[in-house]
Design a protein around this ligand. Structure first.
Ligand code: ZN
Length: 332
């Protein structure tokens, strides 16, 4: 294709999952706990089912053995949606997404995150064709995951700082050059996320709706500019490297949030409002041991260069920058 495609965000329908009427044979992509949480509300003609456990393309290919169905239903969190988008692309089918929590922004994005050689890559897949949201279900999700997608909004704090930093250092490419009004827009979305954190965290449906709005607005903003610099920077690089050291399987937010607080401190930012929002959304900040944090910060500059990550404060970290920090205090 010539030119550049700009993706929309998915059509969203706010409705009780009990009200879904589906006639087409359904291929279900889910995970054990997510399915248990909603199966009694659903009456779907399921002809094929897979449970997703990992984020790797060849693994997703292997799941498609004996595939059947005319529409794909993704029931669950980020990993499930990412795999379902991949399968839907390969099968040329529509995908209906029923999130069981607002855990990551994968429900709105057109790419799927996969693990390649110890880093995260985003492969273009497709958007979900219908995003059905039952706020009653989301309100009842386990508290630490219910509103965990706030991590990809709070990361605006450190992401936009990095974006501006890279601009000042002459490190932005023409495609990712700093755009002041987008930077302001990102700051407003961050404000919206901080503002709804308390309500969303305790499962208030209006709070969760505002969190969804922030995710949607952020996604479309990133789609328009064609990159994720306002939202993804050193805090995500920290989280990707952390995953190598502590193992995958931890929720994205549990690795990104400590990254935000540590990187924001190094950047000289006030972390109080960010930490408060994380607390409200019940995100554990103790997923990475202190010794690992030191190791991550030590390895981070080399890791960023080796994986060709977009320029940020992580590329220039020196021992001086973090040696005197109390990680315990930052994450407590
Ligand atoms: Zn993220």
């Amino acid at each position: 294709m010539h030119g550049r495609k700009i993706w929309p965000v998915p059509v969203q329908k706010i409705m009780p999952y009990e009200a879904i009427e589906e006639k087409r044979p359904v291929a279900l992509v889910t995970s054990g706990p997510a399915w248990e949480a909603v199966k009694c509300k659903l009456n779907l003609p399921i002809v094929w089912r897979t449970n997703v456990k990992m984020a790797m393309a060849d693994y997703w290919d292997s799941l498609m053995e004996n595939f059947k169905g005319e529409v794909i239903y993704a029931v669950g969190g980020g990993l499930v949606v990412d795999a379902a988008k991949y399968i839907a692309m390969k099968q040329g089918l529509e995908i209906v997404c029923l999130p069981t929590a607002l855990s990551v922004d994968a429900i709105t994005a057109w790419s799927s995150a996969i693990r390649v050689d110890g880093c995260v890559e985003y492969i273009p897949t497709k958007i979900v064709d219908e995003l059905l949201i039952d706020f009653e279900v989301i309100a009842q999700a386990p508290s630490f995951i219910r509103a965990a997608a706030i991590c990809d909004l709070l990361s605006i704090a450190t992401g936009r700082w990095d974006w501006k930093f890279a601009e000042e250092k002459g490190k932005n490419t023409p495609e990712t050059k700093f755009i002041p009004y987008i930077d302001h827009m990102a700051a407003s979305i961050l404000e919206g996320a901080i503002d709804c954190a308390e309500a969303a965290g305790r499962g208030d449906q209006e709070g969760l709706k505002q969190l969804l709005d922030c995710i949607i607005l952020e996604t479309q903003m990133l789609n328009q500019i064609g990159h994720a610099r306002p939202e993804e920077g050193s805090e995500h690089y920290f989280a990707y490297l952390a995953e190598n050291l502590v193992g995958s399987g931890k929720p994205h937010a549990n690795l990104v949030c400590p990254g935000i607080l540590i990187i924001a401190t190094i950047q000289g930012q006030d972390i109080v409002p960010l930490k408060r929002a994380m607390r409200y959304c019940n995100i554990p900040l103790n997923a990475i041991l202190n010794d690992f944090i030191e190791e991550i910060l030590k390895q981070l500059p080399k890791y960023c260069t080796e994986h060709g990550l977009l320029y940020g404060v992580a590329h220039e970290l020196k021992k001086d920058d973090w040696e005197k920090l109390s990680f315990k205090k930052i994450l407590n």
